[in-house]
Design a protein around this ligand. Structure first.
Ligand SMILES: Cc1cc2nc3c(=O)[nH]c(=O)nc-3n(C[C@H](O)[C@H](O)[C@H](O)COP(=O)(O)OP(=O)(O)OC[C@H]3O[C@@H](n4cnc5c(N)ncnc54)[C@H](O)[C@@H]3O)c2cc1C
Length: 385
């Protein structure tokens, strides 16, 4: 029997295998990953340092331990180079594997800024544990860290590193932190709290280049002609779903690999979930949605040919931003028709996104106001019914 092949051993890949095994203990399962296959909870990365954790402390199970637990084969350090949907084959550098069903769980890639200068290559990006090992290995005590990007990941790292005693500067062309997720007043609350903790903000300015400076450190050149000195630079300017291999295989893609509510791509034997997938038009690269998908897909993969596939739904799944000096809980509205109404003082704000009929469609809570999350979660609509 050809196995079910899962490409990717992140939260999406391993959770799917785990869910599948709850319903089917027989069918062979092969997981393929281009990394070491360690199982870890990725959100832990951006709060590890201040909690006193080294990268290795985040590993929950090795690839061998996962293989044993899942009664599966885990092929590590192998990159999938192509998929042939007609032949039901996956091509690796030195092997070709046949599948009965294929699951794409290969995640997203960090966006690379187009930077000028002689040290543009020195910029770190952290989207997995291997990247984080390299970043932490190059981080020395007393370093001045410059973070490019004030989105969720940039702000969480700023919080973690400043609380760990580093000097931290953050540059972003947006006018306030978390600008793609929250209204200005909520972003200002985060800015104020992190500034109070020691973060030096350079908002409204994009990084234009990185140069080595004569004392061995770097100069981050900003687009207004100013610069920030840095010992180490971390770019956190966003992610792009991994769609190239899927597109080359002839699968439908949009912002992510397009799948329907049963997580099926435009090929009936290929499924996708996690950061690489756009589910029924929604791309939400967060843990909550992918866990819903893994539970649904686990059932569908185990179902017989005459069973109707399970359909995923998303309840109200807010995003928790782990800026501990001013935590944020945000549930961005799916439809932008409406306005933010903000209440509160200082860094404790409650914002409701209300549509033209007066209905709550989204919310944001900052600082102390995050304790009111239950009331808002009860009232806000499901992300996908
Ligand atoms: C620092 C950080 C903090 C975060 N914090 C939060 C948070 O607080 N809350 C939240 O909800 N979300 C958070 N996220 C997002 C969340 O972690 C991701 O949505 C989730 O982990 C994505 O899982 P995934 O399995 O889809 O992708 P990944 O974890 O990226 O896994 C992709 C897998 O595919 C493999 N792969 C890729 N290409 C190939 C190939 N061609 N061949 C073989 N293997 C391949 C990789 O080796 C890897 O095993 C955070 C993300 C980061 C980076």
């Amino acid at each position: 029997m050809d196995p079910i092949i899962i490409i990717g051993t992140g939260l999406a890949g391993y959770s799917t295998a785990r869910e599948f095994r709850k319903h089917d203990g027989e069918t062979p399962v092969v997981l393929i990953t281009r990394d070491d296959g360690a199982s870890y909870y990725k959100p832990d990365i951006s709060e590890a340092h201040a909690k006193g954790n080294d990268p290795e402390d985040l590993v929950q199970k090795t690839a061998d331990e996962m293989a044993e637990m899942l009664d599966a084969t885990v092929r590590t350090w192998e990159q999938v180079e192509a998929i042939d949907p007609e032949a039901c084959e996956v091509r690796l550098a030195s092997d070709t594997l046949r599948y009965s069903k294929l699951v794409l769980a290969w995640g997203a890639d960090p966006i690379t800024l187009n930077l000028a200068g002689d040290a543009a290559e020195a910029v770190h990006k952290v989207n997995n544990l291997m990247d984080y090992r390299v970043f932490r290995g190059n981080l020395d005590s007393n370093d001045h860290v410059v973070i490019l990007g004030a989105g969720l990941i940039g702000c969480e790292f700023a919080n973690d590193l400043v609380q760990s005693g580093y000097k931290v500067s953050v540059a972003d062309p947006a006018g306030w932190p978390l600008a793609q997720l929250v209204p200005e007043s909520a972003g200002q609350a985060v800015k104020t709290a992190l500034a109070h903790a020691g973060v030096d903000w350079h908002l409204g300015h994009a990084a234009a280049g990185i140069n080595e400076s004569h004392n061995g450190r770097y100069r981050v050149e900003l687009d207004d002609g100013s610069h920030i000195n840095a010992d180490i630079i971390l770019s956190a300017v966003g992610l792009k779903a991994g769609t190239d291999l899927a597109e080359s295989a002839g699968l439908a893609v949009d912002r992510g690999i397009s799948v329907d509510r049963s997580l099926c791509t435009s090929d009936p034997n290929i499924y996708a979930l996690g950061d690489c997938a756009e589910v029924d038009g929604i791309w939400r690269p967060y843990v909550g949605p992918l866990m819903q998908c893994a539970r649904t897909l686990g059932k569908t993969l185990a179902a017989g040919p005459d069973d109707a596939p399970s359909q995923v739904s998303y309840p109200t799944l807010p995003i928790m931003v782990k800026t501990h000096v001013c935590p944020v809980i945000v549930y961005p509205p799916v439809d932008q028709g409406g306005d933010w109404q903000i209440d509160g003082q200082g860094t404790a704000l409650e914002g409701s996104f209300v549509d033209n009929e007066g209905k709550l469609q989204g919310f944001v809570l900052t600082g102390e106001a995050t304790k009111n999350r239950r009331d808002y979660i009860k009232q806000a609509p499901a992300l996908m019914d």
